[in-house]
Design a protein around this ligand. Structure first.
Ligand SMILES: *Cc1c(COP(=O)(O)O)cnc(C)c1O
Length: 227
């Protein structure tokens, strides 16, 4: 048997997403599948767009900016999903359509200061582990950070994002994220996104109500080693 092609991997994942959504009693169309293209060449993004992919994710500012510059003609939405240094905020704001990883007020302020006359979609990243070294705000700090963002007119708070911990099953972790998402949504009706679920745990994320899945290797194949 030959290796499945990109198109085959994409449609296989989309079938699994649709099945999981229906089993959870959800409309598959309420779920956005973001293809994470980090470490892969810009040509892969072009191939994905030709297959109808509308949303891609990157986790490093330089790579995001380089690909966006190379693919300026491409009608895809770029989601920034990585740790963000404050001094990269202006470049991230310029090149991303949505930033999933806002985890502190200083970063929100820096993104706001870099505004032109547009409005940027942002999510509050939540740390579901006990390790403060992992990205994300503590669940108890989510509402204060959300309130801060709501005071910055160039940012539109869209919801919450998290990565499942490595040392616990994803379902209870995503259930905690769901609680945080519900509390944040009470503050802002626009904040209905829940960005969760990767190659290994997107079914559990769909069960917990994820609206935005960030799927990389199951679609793109293994990531090339970074030089
Ligand atoms: C790389 C990455 C993903 C995708 O991971 P896969 O396991 O390849 O699907 C999702 N979210 C974040 C934040 C990532 O860095």
């Amino acid at each position: 048997m030959t290796d499945p092609t990109l198109a085959e991997r994409l449609s296989a994942i989309d079938e699994r997403i649709a099945d999981a959504a229906r089993r959870a009693g959800r409309d598959p169309r309420s779920i956005t599948r973001i293809v994470v293209t980090k470490f892969h060449p810009a040509s892969l993004v072009r191939d994905l767009a030709a297959l109808g992919v509308t949303d891609v994710g990157e986790n490093r500012q330089q790579e995001l900016s380089a690909k966006r510059a190379e693919l300026g003609d491409l009608a895809v939405r770029w989601h920034y999903i990585g740790q963000a240094q404050t001094n990269k905020a202006a470049a991230i704001r310029r090149d991303a359509d949505a930033v999933h990883s806002v985890d502190r007020t200083r970063l929100a302020d820096a993104l706001h200061r870099a505004a032109a006359d547009d409005v940027l979609d942002v999510l509050v990243q939540i740390n579901l582990t006990q390790d403060p070294g992992r990205g994300g705000a503590a669940p108890d700090d989510a509402e204060a950070l959300a309130e801060h963002i709501l005071g910055l007119p160039s940012l539109r708070l869209r919801g919450v994002m998290a990565v499942a911990p490595l040392d616990e099953p994803p379902a209870p972790a995503f259930a905690r994220l769901r609680e945080v998402a519900d509390r944040v949504r009470l503050l802002a009706p626009d904040a209905a996104w829940m960005s969760a679920g990767m190659t290994g745990d997107f079914v559990e994320a769909i069960d917990a109500g994820a609206t935005h899945l960030r799927i990389g290797s199951a679609i793109t194949g293994p990531r090339p080693a970074r030089g």
